[in-house]
Each structure stands twice: as C-alpha cells, then as structure tokens.
Write a protein that binds this ligand. Structure first.
Ligand SMILES: C[S@@+](CC[C@H](N)C(=O)[O-])C[C@H]1O[C@@H](n2cnc3c(N)ncnc32)[C@H](O)[C@@H]1O
Length: 284
C-alpha cells in the first residue's frame, strides 16, 4: 500500500469507534442518498454483491436482505477497525451470507463474477481512482451493475462545513482540505470528472443523478445530538481528544452556527449528493 493509502487507512481507523456508535444516526441522514443508489441496482434474490467501503456494516446488512439467503454479500473496507465493526453488525443481524474483508481495491479485484457492486460514500476515498474502479469492474461479471452515492461540492453541503468551520479554531485542529484530485469527501463531486474516471476504468452507460437531502436534529434533543456533527467528520479525533470544557465550547459554537437552519420541528441543514451508476460491458 502506498504512503497515501496508509494515511487514508489511519484516518478511518481513528473514526471507526464513532462511526460504529453512531451507525443508526448515520443511516438516518445517509439513507436519502444511499437508498436510491441501492434501488438503482435492481437486486434480486440469489445475486452476489460487493459493498465497497462498508464502514460499520449497516449497508452490507441491507444488501443481504435484498439478495436473500440464497444471495451473498462481500463487504470490504480499507480499515481493520471498520471491518471488525461490520462483522459485529452482521453477527447481530444473524446473517450467514455476508463476508467482511479488509481490502484496498487499489491492490486488486475483490474476487470475480459479482452481479453488482455498491458503495455508500466509500469510493471518493480511493487513492488511485481509475485503478480502483477498474478493479471494481474486474470483480463483476460482464453486464454487472455498479451504483454508489458520492457527495456534491462542499458549498452544497452546509451540514458538513458549517459545524466544522464553527469548531475548528476552538479545537485547535489542523484542517487541510484535500487538493483537487486527492482522495476526500468531495473528490468525485464534479459529474464530468466522475464520468471520465468511470469511463477510464472501463464502465459504460454511466449516469450521474443529483439527490438533495438534509441533516436533521430533533427539536427537543438538538443539543445532545450536536456531537455527531463533530465526531464523524474531519474534527472527530480533535473533538475526542479535547477536555470537557473545550468540547462544550465547540458544541456551543456549532449550535450558534446552525441556528439559521432551525425551524419549528428542529434543525434541517441541507446536504447534496449524486447517485452514480454504470455497467460492466458485456452480457452475463
Ligand atoms: C464515509 S465512510 C462510509 C462508510 C459506509 N459505507 C456508510 O455509509 O456507513 C467511508 C468508508 O470507506 C472506507 N475506505 C476508504 N478508502 C477505502 C479504500 N481504498 N478501499 C476500501 N474502503 C475504503 C473507510 O474506511 C470508511 O469505512
């Protein structure tokens, strides 16, 4: 694995605990984007499907329910800790048709003959996108279907940048945004770029559809739900390492910053993503 791949893995190792603890809340805001991407695959019972960058495993469980007991899911993640969290999730769901492996698609295919491949917000972190997508393609059978969700540009995602910018100074975190083309949440936020990366990897019939959503905080529990906005993103480790006083200051600053998004039912902070689909050429 390259030095950059190591950095990417370490980044996610540090966040796996928070992602596992907050899995339900993550689903609550990710489903808006992740469910249409899963629907686009048109999965049927008995199919074999890959879950790329599976994180704490909730999407692997959802995919397994779609393909039924005669189908199979292989969930993969670059991070050991995320894969362990996904194994716990799969065990809790009492599923026997889901495998979980630690694998970076930059290093090779994840098997062969899969009917479909899916990712909810995992593929933007590929260090070598064309090679990694080519290895997704090689893992699928001819005619296999691919679908994923990826974030739209930063400025269309205030749920991410407003809390981060409000707390970064208080937490004294080093916030370096990835340069264009580097892995990060917005690396595939330009539809033209996504199309050219997927075409370069060998996909055909590539489609990019915008999906709008929001991150919500409950009217009566907003203050206690604010930490998730800090824990999951770039400030996660700095927030975890801060003492209680600094954490409280950071939460206060976030609450102030998101006040414009507060309505009678609670907070609704806009987010935007794309559902990207494509096929492996040929017939299965
Ligand atoms: C934003 S999280 C999404 C997790 C999960 N799909 C979800 O929606 O809950 C991105 C995930 O991609 C994984 N990841 C990053 N780079 C990867 C790579 N090259 N190969 C596989 N997984 C990767 C991270 O470890 C992390 O679990």
């Amino acid at each position: 694995m390259s030095a950059t791949g190591d950095e990417e893995r370490n980044f996610w190792e540090q966040r796996a605990g928070a992602w596992e603890r907050q899995a339900e809340r993550i689903d609550r805001f990710s489903d808006t984007y992740g469910v249409p991407a899963m629907d686009a695959l048109g999965l049927i019972g008995g199919e074999r499907v890959l879950d790329i960058g599976c994180g704490p495993g909730t999407t692997a469980v959802a995919l397994a329910r779609r393909v039924g007991p005669s189908g199979e899911v292989l969930a993969l993640d670059i991070s050991d800790a995320m894969a362990s969290a996904a194994r716990r999730r799969v065990e809790d769901a009492a599923l026997t048709n889901v495998g979980v492996v630690v694998h970076d698609l930059a290093d090779g295919a994840a098997g062969e003959g899969f009917d479909a491949a899916y990712s909810r917000f995992g593929v933007m972190f590929f260090v070598d996108p064309v090679t990694s997508f080519a290895n997704v393609l090689a893992s699928m059978k001819p005619g296999g279907r691919f679908s994923c969700s990826v974030w739209a540009p930063l400025e269309e995602n205030p749920w991410m940048f407003v809390p981060t910018m409000a707390a970064v100074g208080i937490l004294g975190a080093d916030l370096t945004l990835p340069a264009p083309g580097e892995p990060g949440p917005f690396s595939l936020s330009d539809p033209g770029h996504v199309r050219s990366v997927l075409a370069g990897a060998g996909f055909e019939a590539v489609e990019v559809q915008p999906v709008a959503g929001h991150f919500s905080l409950d009217r009566d529990r907003g203050a206690e739900q604010v930490p998730v906005l800090l824990e999951l993103g770039p400030l996660g480790p700095a927030y975890a390492a801060a003492d209680e006083e600094l954490q409280a200051q950071a939460r206060g600053a976030v609450l102030d910053a998101i006040e414009p998004y507060r309505g009678s039912d609670g907070w609704r902070i806009p987010g935007a993503a794309f559902v990207v689909t494509g096929d492996r050429p040929g017939t299965g």
